[in-house]
Design a protein around this ligand. Structure first.
Ligand code: ADP
Length: 662
């Protein structure tokens, strides 16, 4: 094949622009990303070689070599992993396969500071090389292919790249970074070693560098590592040394691992720039043996709501990497968890299909789920500072300094978690029946009396009114619609708290939770209001009387609205509004039906019940009005508007209102 020039996929070009313009402050992460890719490539080779030992080509010692050349201004990362064919180089380095990339790129604002935050959630991978390089050459040959089937890929990181065929006896990949002038300090063993120690110590693969020594240099300043030694400078000795610990972090003893090391490993596998919120590391023994190292990120990834998004847990079998994104290891609602599971029992040649059926995997999945929920419960427990720590000085007798510091570092973490991932956690109500109660305890909502997402079902229950028999909630498209909904009027008047459910998933998820700890959950928009003991006798009587006197009017309204409303009745739930819509107890809410339709899915045509407020002047004047028909329709359409819906025929609504205004 002769040289070809090809264009990057549009999203790659945009991303590259961003990478080179907004990651200044995080320059050195490029090395972590490229070493991570090299390590993945070796993992992949080891995995493919399980079935085809020939792929090792008599070179089974997998490693990464990092070299630099100050004269040529290059830094090179070489691995003897799986390598790439020409087509793979074109596909993998010219396009981004992650689903949701387009959406992600469209969110970029051009504001470098904001964008660099976002990009941390996306993970720039290979392209991070362009932070320090103005040109990257990749030379590669796939394991098992002929030496003549090598490929060279070159790009300056703008709109396009070149590929050509080369002869490359060595299997694997070299990424040659042509360093920018302002990044020349990366062409130094001292600098590079420092970064490797920081980011890649726990990579289980040896990372090797050529040993250097001083030539005729004089030590002028011993406190400075470089020592001001000059004349011959550092010269390479031709010997190689391993510069990382090369020991899989999860296989080490917990007590020997620092919090920093845990955090760095997390950053490596998640491509996150920030430390995780929490982690758990355990060796599980018994009938199924495995090690789990699981993390809860501090920030949601850009594609969190994509349920098809890849899971975040890597599967190893006895230290051998088997697969990324092993979705069988955790339920979908915990897809934000990152980490590693290393099993001692599974066969090395386990496939995704096999994973789904394996009893060991089922045990691992249950174990991991329990651990994650346990971690979340722990965060929830320590979310608020204990009373003694917040009150003024003089409380040291109650809380030790150590406990205080610990409390301070843990406070607020659950709130942070919940704001990022709460909506996803709720999916668990429907997905994980066995843990439904534990999940329900972790949920937090805003309510008619609390604006932040902080009310748990338990908090709510503790505040229930005397005689209140249900946990009341309302679902709506957004907080304002929920809070100001007419359905809430009588609850506000009586001082009863109502939970506001405004996540898309709420309606669906709550279907699976009939009660919390014995107290039923009741939507305020479903069925007739039954405030039970919260309503006194006079109120009940007034309601019954109103229903009787309004009978003829209700019949007329029903006739006028027969195409729109299932029924029309008098209600006690309204105070200020003339009317509202509710659905039958077992019906799908109008809001869920609307959502399904918006998503292009089949939804039943829900005919709601129109409830009118017998005390409202507008309702009182209806009877005998010459505009009866128009008023009836306006009443209905306004009730729909008030809950965030849209009249079926908006123009007709406007016409009717205008006619009355005139
Ligand atoms: P990611 O690693 O998240 O998939 P990258 O942009 O870092 O994204 O890399 C894109 C793809 O390029 C990788 O998935 C892999 O297929 C390929 N690749 C990158 N580096 C190497 C390497 N050293 N050896 C083999 N393939 C590589």
């Amino acid at each position: 094949m002769t040289k070809q020039t090809l264009s990057f996929q549009a999203e790659v070009a945009q991303l590259l622009h961003l990478v080179t313009h907004s990651l200044y402050s995080n320059k050195e992460i490029f090395l972590r990303e490229l070493i991570s890719n090299a390590s993945d490539a070796c993992d992949k080779l080891r995995f493919e070689a399980i079935n085809d030992g020939g792929l090792y080509e008599n070179d089974a010692e997998l490693k990464v070599k990092v070299t630099f050349d100050q004269d040529a201004k290059t830094l090179t990362i070489t691995d003897n992993g799986i390598g790439m064919s020409t087509q793979e180089a074109i596909d993998h380095l010219g396009t981004i396969a992650k689903s949701g990339t387009k959406d992600f790129v469209s969110k970029l604002s051009g504001d470098q500071k904001a964008d660099s935050q976002l990009i941390g959630q996306f993970g720039v991978g290979f392209y991070s090389g362009f932070i320090v390089a103005d040109k990257i050459t990749v030379e590669s040959r796939r394991a098992g292919m002929k030496a003549e089937e090598g490929v060279r890929w070159i790009s300056g990181g703008a709109g396009d790249f070149e590929v050509e065929n080369i002869t490359r006896p060595a299997r694997g990949t070299s990424v040659i970074l042509h360093l920018r002038d302002d990044a020349m300090d990366y062409a130094s063993a001292w600098k590079v070693k420092g970064i490797i120690n920081k980011y890649s110590d726990h990579i289980s693969l040896p990372i090797c560098m050529e040993k250097e020594e001083w030539k005729d240099g004089e030590l002028i300043n011993p406190s400075d590592e470089q020592g001001g030694r000059q004349p011959g400078g550092m010269v390479k000795t031709g010997e190689w040394e391993t510069v990382n610990k090369a020991n899989a972090i999860w296989a080490r003893a917990k007590k020997d691992i620092t919090a920093d090391e845990y955090a760095e490993f997390y950053k490596q596998i998640s491509h996150d720039f920030e430390a995780p919120l929490a982690y758990t590391h355990n060796r599980v023994e018994g009938s199924t043996e495995y090690t789990q190292l699981l993390y809860i990120p501090g920030k949601a990834p850009f594609d969190l709501y994509n349920r098809e998004k890849s899971a975040g847990v890597k599967l190893y079998v006895k230290r051998v990497f088997i697969m990324d994104d092993a979705e069988a290891l955790l339920p979908t609602y915990l897809r934000f968890v990152k980490g590693v599971v290393d099993s001692s029992d599974l066969p090395l040649n386990v496939s995704r299909e096999l994973l789904q059926e394996s009893r060991d995997v089922k045990a691992i999945r249950e174990g991991c789920t329990k651990r994650v929920l346990g971690m979340l419960e722990d965060l929830a427990k320590h979310d608020k500072l204990p009373e003694a720590t917040i009150s003024a000085e003089g409380v040291t007798d109650v809380v030790t300094e150590e406990e205080k510091t610990e409390a301070a570092t843990n406070a607020g973490k659950f709130t942070k978690f919940y704001n990022e991932f709460g909506a996803v956690l709720k999916e668990g109500l429907g997905e994980d029946y066995a843990n439904k109660d534990r999940i329900a305890k972790l949920l937090r909502f805003a309510s008619s009396t609390t604006d932040t997402l902080s009310v748990s079902f338990a908090d709510y229950k503790a505040r229930m009114k005397e005689g209140q028999e249900a946990i009341y909630f309302i679902t709506a498209d957004n907080a304002a619609a929920a809070k100001n909904s007419p359905q809430l009027e009588v609850f506000k008047k009586k001082g009863i708290e109502v939970l506001l459910m405004t996540d898309r998933v709420d309606e669906w998820a709550l279907n699976y939770l009939q009660d919390f700890d014995g107290t039923p959950l009741q939507s305020v928009a479903k069925g007739a209001v039954d405030l039970g003991k919260l309503q006194d006798e006079t109120e009940k009587k007034a309601a019954e009387e109103a229903a009787e006197t309004f009978k003829p009017l209700l019949a007329k309204l029903k006739e006028a609205l027969k195409d729109k409303a299932e029924d029309v009745r008098v209600t006690t739930r309204l105070v200020d509004s003339p009317a509202c819509l509710v659905v039958q107890d077992d019906g799908m809410s109008t809001q869920l039906a609307r959502m399904l339709k918006q998503a292009g899915q089949a939804a039943p045509d829900v005919k709601p019940v129109l409830e009118v407020n017998a005390e409202h002047p507008l309702v009182k004047m209806l009877d005998g009005s010459v505009h009866f028909n128009d008023l009836a329709h306006i009443l209905f359409d306004q009730a729909l508007l008030a809950e965030g819906g849209l009249p079926a025929d908006p123009a007709a609504y406007v016409k009717r209102v205008n006619a009355l205004l005139l």
